[in-house]
Design a protein around this ligand. Sequence first.
Ligand SMILES: [Zn+2]
Length: 110
Amino acid sequence: MRCNDWGQHRLTFSMNGESRDGFCYETHVACISADCQWKSHFKTSPEVRSGKKKGYREVNIRTSTYARSIGRGHSSLINFGQHFNSPPPINQSSYQEIMKKSDQCNKISC
Ligand SMILES: [Zn+2]
């Protein structure tokens, strides 16, 4: 990643915990040069949506479906986050919605 000065300046990275969505973070990047003042931000995981309704972050879908694939549930995602000193995953209701959509997809593809 480069600022407007094509890599001549150093950049700083910071994560905004306030806008965290499960295991997805908003990351802010800024050039340290006072003359440049370039800055940008991005989410660490893309949004997956169907239709116009707000979607879910890919990392949250993947971790949720993975937990289920090994016979575990939402509490295992909490344990996972604790072991890696990470903030908690998506909440229980979002987890259940993802599982519901996953079930619907599995029914369609079978
Ligand atoms: Zn710069």
